[in-house]
Design a binder for this molecule. Structure first.
Ligand SMILES: Cc1cc2nc3c(=O)[nH]c(=O)nc-3n(C[C@H](O)[C@H](O)[C@H](O)COP(=O)(O)O)c2cc1C
Length: 224
């Protein structure tokens, strides 16, 4: 992987992995380089838990699924998705979801299979390593800037992963159960979960061929 363009173009969210943890030295290389991500006032507001312990990952996933089973739809520190979906974003979301279900031959009305596919998030798609990224609650008390910083940090991780032949899936699904994750991981009280990134060795499952299209520059950029 020699250029940033190649890393960007070869990255897509992978949702099926070989049961192989990412070696500790590679995790360290990725997180060391990702630490060079710029942040406002050089706050470096990310606090990362890099988890490869099978039992702990199972504990976190079980805790989320148990919470979902009680009918709770979120238990979170931050609201990731819009509360009121408007177009063109609503349409893009529908097209992206529909494309995945079509590829996997899942009927739109087959709620049980769709739920199972969503809960695969909490089985980490079979991957053995997950980075959980938190920030200090004080950083998001009346301000959102650190979300920009931590988003950039997420992208650094995902591109660096490509350099090491690894794939990733960013997860807002865990954001929605951030408080459950924080409790299961037993992190200090001052931390709020922002997101997680599944990282590992993607397998050749059909689901991993999905690459949703992007809008044209005409639609998203104004040159002046
Ligand atoms: C912040 C963020 C949160 C996401 N959360 C999830 C998630 O919880 N589960 C999932 O399967 N994909 C998740 N995705 C992946 C998006 O669906 C995906 O990036 C988008 O459809 C574009 O596809 P691509 O990443 O394959 O290019 C997330 C992406 C981002 C950037």
């Amino acid at each position: 992987m020699s250029t940033v363009t190649e890393a960007l173009q070869s990255r897509s969210s992978k949702r099926s992995y070989l049961p192989k943890p990412v070696p500790r030295d590679i995790q360290e290389k990725i997180l060391q380089a990702a630490a060079m991500t710029p942040s406002g006032a050089n706050m470096q507001p990310w606090v990362t838990y890099a988890v490869s312990d099978k039992d702990i990952l199972k504990k976190v996933g079980d805790a989320i699924i148990e919470k979902m089973d009680t009918g709770v739809v979120h238990d979170q520190f931050i609201q990731y998705y819009p509360v009121n979906w408007t177009n063109p974003y609503k349409k893009r979301r529908i097209v992206t979801g529909a494309g995945l279900y079509k590829l996997m031959e899942v009927d739109r009305k087959d709620e049980a299979t769709r739920l199972k596919m969503w809960q695969d998030n909490f089985r980490w798609f079979g991957a053995q390593t997950v980075f959980f990224v938190f920030t200090d609650k004080a950083n998001i008390d009346g301000a959102e800037g650190v979300l920009i910083d931590c988003g950039a940090y997420m992208q650094s991780i995902m591109l660096l992963a490509r350099e090491h032949g690894l794939d990733t899936c960013p997860q807002g699904s865990t954001t929605e159960f951030g408080k459950v994750v924080a409790k299961a991981l037993d992190v200090p009280d001052n931390l709020a979960l922002l997101y997680s990134v599944v990282i590992g060795y993607a397998d050749d499952a059909k689901i991993n061929t999905y690459q949703p299209a992007r809008t044209s520059l005409e639609e998203s950029v104004t040159f002046i």
